[in-house]
Design a protein around this ligand. Structure first.
Ligand SMILES: Nc1ncnc2c1ncn2[C@@H]1O[C@H](COP(=O)(O)OP(=O)(O)O)[C@@H](O)[C@H]1O
Ligand SMILES: [Mg+2]
Length: 278
């Protein structure tokens, strides 16, 4: 295909009514439930008949494969450096759910020559958007530049915290930085490991007060997930889908209106532009 044809092809996809939605799951602090939420949300959407791709972008504590008991041999970095095809890095969990491990692929990508980056990003976009209705990023905690780029570019920047004061403070810090650096306004908040809805609402209230006072961000509180002791057993058994947890996640996705959100600019080009500071 010529470059021109490629461009038309991409444009057509961007204008398609059912564009791929990108959800980035982020937190200030580690251990708050990003990975389990990524998996459960992926499973939930997959069960409703959508094709879902989870990208494990937490290169420091890459855990998606551990929770599922499937280890991919190659990751996104191999794809970027021509050492593996997209199919070879994709692990099929079931008919509708797949995952790939990013390794430090997204960070490494930014080091390549610009023309090559653009081509790779276009190919990745095509492959992702031809095959998946949702792409979910499980990101590392904190404010690495590639996390900030991914979260800032997503249709749904979803911040998860627990009621622990340190986790709450770090969640606010993350929102504040991304809002200040990249002018991202709409954030989605989930409070995990709560004893009651009320406990979650209090956490939301405390972060909302700060974001309203010191940032231009708008916080959409999309729900809580109860602390469930039995989840740990499920994770040990590498079948991490606990019924109650999945129920909470279902409610969260419903509250986020994932079906009807408007599509912003191209996710991948936005990630790159932010990483390269353009
Ligand atoms: N709602 C919950 N109830 C009980 N344990 C939970 C809950 N959510 C997460 N956990 C536990 O917290 C730990 C961290 O979860 P994980 O998804 O790996 O967090 P992260 O990816 O943010 O580091 C896991 O061991 C998991 O069992
Ligand atoms: Mg994790």
């Amino acid at each position: 295909m010529s470059l021109n044809q490629q461009a038309t092809h991409l444009k057509h996809r961007e204008g398609a009514p059912a564009g791929t939605r990108y959800i980035a799951i982020a937190s200030g602090k580690g251990g708050v439930g990003k990975t389990i939420l990524s998996l459960s949300a992926g499973r939930c959407l997959a069960e409703s008949g959508k094709k879902v791709l989870i990208i494990d972008a937490d290169f420091g504590l890459s855990n998606v494969h551990l929770m599922l008991g499937i280890t991919p041999r190659k990751n996104l970095a191999h794809f970027f450096f021509g050492e593996a095809t997209f199919d070879e890095i994709t692990v099929q969990v079931n008919d509708n759910l797949s995952f790939i491990s990013s390794g430090n692929g997204i960070y490494e990508l930014a080091k390549l020559p610009k023309e090559q980056i653009l081509n790779l990003v276009r190919r990745l976009q095509e492959l992702a958007e031809d095959n998946y209705a949702y792409v979910i990023f499980d990101t590392p905690p904190g404010i690495h530049e590639d996390t900030v780029a991914v979260v800032s570019s997503a249709d749904f920047p979803l911040v998860i915290t627990t009621p622990e004061p340190t986790a709450v403070a770090d969640a606010y810090a993350l929102i504040k930085i991304i809002n200040k650096e990249n002018d991202v306004k709409d954030f989605y908040l989930v409070v995990n490991k709560v004893e009651s809805e009320r406990e979650g609402a209090k956490v939301y209230e405390s972060i909302r007060l700060l974001t309203e006072k010191y940032t231009t961000a708008k916080l959409n509180f999309v729900g809580t997930i109860r602390y469930r002791k039995s989840l740990i057993r499920r994770i040990i058994e590498q079948n991490p889908f606990e019924k109650g947890f999945m129920g909470d996640v279902y409610n969260i996705l419903t509250g986020m209106d994932v079906e009807v959100a408007p599509r912003r600019r191209s996710f991948w080009e936005s990630v790159l532009a932010r990483l390269l500071g353009r």
